[in-house]
Design a protein. Structure first.
Length: 412
């Protein structure tokens, strides 16, 4: 039996230990899952290029066109072969960047989101956050962007509406917006999460198969998600989720790696291995597919508009540059093959009602007639592009590289 004096001594140590531990815990900073400063403003809505992938307002479709006398001006030096897509908001361009180190420093001077005036290129605001960066999405007066955390920012000044610790995103996983819900990929947990777009409150989380989700897209009602599959990960998958609950509406297993989907009027388009395939948006049934690739390198962009599907066909032989190609969005029949574009893994497309804009293998931006694939105008860039061209309201934005220096370049 332990003597009473020793019991009192041990009990005293326990009290001190507990108090000490509590004190230590109180000293450790707490990181809440969600920080809500104020409700995000989701109006006014506008059409146009809003992100690298996605649905009707987020698939490279714009009402604007480039003027014939547009000239290219580098407006912001960026670092490290920057490939994240510039995105237009009303009167501004927003892009995640890493800025070059100052003087002899080894670390970048800034990492995060920068907003530039779309006409002058003058900086409007910046918001620091951690890599890896995802391409942002603009909805009304809110910019949604994801790193390790998903943020909702005031588009006018870059101040925070809210943040939610969603987990890692990456350049292809732009947030999507559906009827008041923002869906994001938390790639480490292999889930798609639905968050209240105004407040940042988590509404649902849906686990997916495979190593990590490839990307997500949206229409007016649902969220479409892909997992890549292939190799030891089993089949790829294309799935449609209810935007309000995250429940699966359908799931389609596919026998090859699957790209981020692009949403048309009633169909979903995605690369499945080396073929471009169209799926019924309501059922997930495959409707047609066309083999357009000769390797399993990165996926070419897909723009769907006005019954036409625009993408890049990889060439055979020594020339690695792809060819711009137009397909009938209903049947998959090739309508025309156009000019050679820049490298397959860096080019993006932007289309208005009459033309599609693409970076040529000569490193110029070209306007290509959507009826026959002929080049009608070109604009010279100051260097090699490292991300595709975005067009909105008479201005184009592209990241270019000259020798060892990258820059955000505006054409207007």
């Amino acid at each position: 039996m332990v003597p009473s004096s020793r019991r009192r001594f041990l009990a005293g140590l326990g009290v001190v230990g507990t108090a000490g531990l509590a004190g230590c815990l109180d000293a450790i900073p707490r990181f809440p899952k969600r920080v809500h400063d104020r409700d995000a403003v989701l109006t006014p809505r506008s059409d146009g290029w809003r992100s690298k992938h996605g649905g009707s307002a987020r698939r490279g479709v714009t009402d604007g066109s480039l003027p014939s006398d547009a000239t290219a001006s580098p407006v912001l030096a960026v670092d490290d072969w920057w490939e994240v897509q510039p995105v237009f908001g009303p009167d501004e361009v927003v892009v995640p960047v890493q800025l070059p180190p100052e003087s002899d420093a080894h670390e970048p001077s800034f990492e995060g989101l920068v907003a530039l005036d779309s006409k002058s290129g003058d900086e409007r605001w910046r918001f620091a956050y951690e890599k890896p960066f995802a391409t942002p999405t603009v909805v009304g007066d809110t910019v949604f962007v994801q790193g390790k955390t998903t943020y909702a920012l005031d588009r006018t000044d870059g101040t925070r509406y809210w943040e939610y610790r969603s987990g890692y995103g990456y350049a292809g996983t732009a947030p999507v917006f559906v009827d008041g819900v923002v869906a994001v990929i938390a790639s480490r947990s292999r889930t798609v999460a639905g968050v209240d777009a105004r407040t940042g409150e988590k509404l649902w989380s849906t686990p997916l198969v495979s190593e990590f989700p490839t990307g997500i897209a949206s229409d007016g009602d649902s969220v479409y998600a892909c997992t890549p599959g292939g190799g030891d990960d089993g089949p790829g998958e294309l799935a449609r989720l209810d935007a309000s609950t995250g429940a699966f509406e359908w799931r389609t297993d596919l026998d090859a790696r699957v790209s981020t989907p692009t949403v048309g009027t009633d169909r979903v388009y995605a690369w499945v291995g080396r073929r471009l395939a169209a799926f019924d948006g309501a059922t997930g049934d495959e409707l047609w597919s066309v083999r357009l690739r000769t390797s399993d390198h990165r996926y070419p962009p897909v723009v769907v508009d006005g019954g036409q599907c625009l993408t890049l066909e990889q060439k055979r032989g020594r020339n690695p540059n792809p060819t711009l190609v137009a397909l009938d969005a209903t049947s998959g029949e090739v309508q025309w093959r156009g000019p050679s574009a820049h490298e397959l893994d860096t080019v993006q497309l932007a289309a208005n009602e009459t033309h599609v804009y693409v970076v040529l293998d000569s490193h110029d931006v070209a306007a290509v007639d959507r009826t026959d694939g002929t080049v009608t105008e070109t604009w010279e860039l100051p260097g090699h592009p490292t991300a595709g061209v975005a067009v909105d309201d008479g201005t184009a934005a592209v990241v270019t590289r000259e020798e060892f220096e990258e820059s955000v370049t505006l054409l207007n």
